[in-house]
Design a binder for this molecule. Structure first.
Ligand code: IMP
Ligand code: MG
Length: 229
């Protein structure tokens, strides 16, 4: 974003333009020697910025939606709440693979109370439509009876996956189950679900990055991107 510009007349009457711009919290300036060059630099900067803000994952284009910095800031706030609320609970965090691997890692770095972490795997999603049919929950070797369990999920969309996971965990008699999710699409929710820790509420659009995938791709992106329709 251009936040200011000044035009100077300098040596031999040549005009110079000073352009101050801001891009992803960083400020910079451009000095160009005449109007024509100024325009050329301006368009190159805009094209450069657009390319930086867009990614192609498999056969679709996505636009930057949540930057890595914003994600980390908000995770810190959620972790603070968890540290305060669960200080005496010796919680067991259950991260749901694959999608939550980045979120779980960053969240756990900010959790400072005594706790354990384990991973479960399940799948209910293919392509860009939530199938809603949960497959098996596997990987849970810990005893959760009498424990405070915090499920760590990448995204709650229809909520069906989480609802079924909670039902399955409840048969093992935990003291309490809480849910921590990086993303929540309130408009897509199709069941009753209480979410204890939500890092971001987002619109009902398809997103990738920071663990979330489109047909298995895009999980490695450090920011979250939204589909360009
Ligand atoms: P739900 O059962 O409809 O809540 O779907 C939950 C699962 O669907 C999540 O754990 C994700 O794996 C996947 N999912 C839902 N929305 C998105 C999205 O926008 N991008 C990528 N995966 C998604
Ligand atoms: Mg998932």
């Amino acid at each position: 974003m251009i936040i200011g510009r000044s035009v100077f007349t300098g040596y031999e009457g040549k005009q110079a333009v000073l352009v101050l711009y801001k891009y992803r919290k960083k400020m910079g300036f451009l000095v160009v020697v005449n109007y024509f060059n100024y325009l050329r630099c301006f368009f190159l900067t805009v094209i450069f910025k657009q390319n930086m803000d867009q990614v192609r994952v498999k056969d679709k284009d996505f636009r930057l939606f949540l930057s890595a910095e914003t994600i980390q800031e908000n995770i810190r706030l959620v972790a603070k709440k968890i540290n305060e609320e669960l200080v005496d609970k010796n919680p067991l965090f259950l991260a749901v693979l694959n999608g939550s691997f980045m979120f779980a890692a960053d969240l756990m770095k900010q959790v400072t109370i005594p706790c354990q972490i384990s991973f479960v795997k399940l799948a209910s999603y293919e392509g860009m439509q939530s199938g809603g049919t949960i497959r098996e929950v596997f990987g849970l070797s810990e005893k959760i009876e009498g424990r405070t369990v915090v499920v760590v999920e990448d995204i709650v969309d229809s909520g069906r996956t989480m609802q079924q996971l909670i039902a399955s965990l409840e048969t093992r008699n935990p003291e309490e189950i809480r849910i921590a999710t990086l993303l929540f699409k309130p408009e897509a929710l199709q069941c009753e679900l209480h979410l204890d820790y939500v890092v971001f509420e987002i619109p009902n659009d398809f997103v990738v990055g920071y663990g979330l995938d489109y047909d298995g791709y895009g999980r490695n992106l450090k920011d979250v991107y939204t589909l360009i329709y």
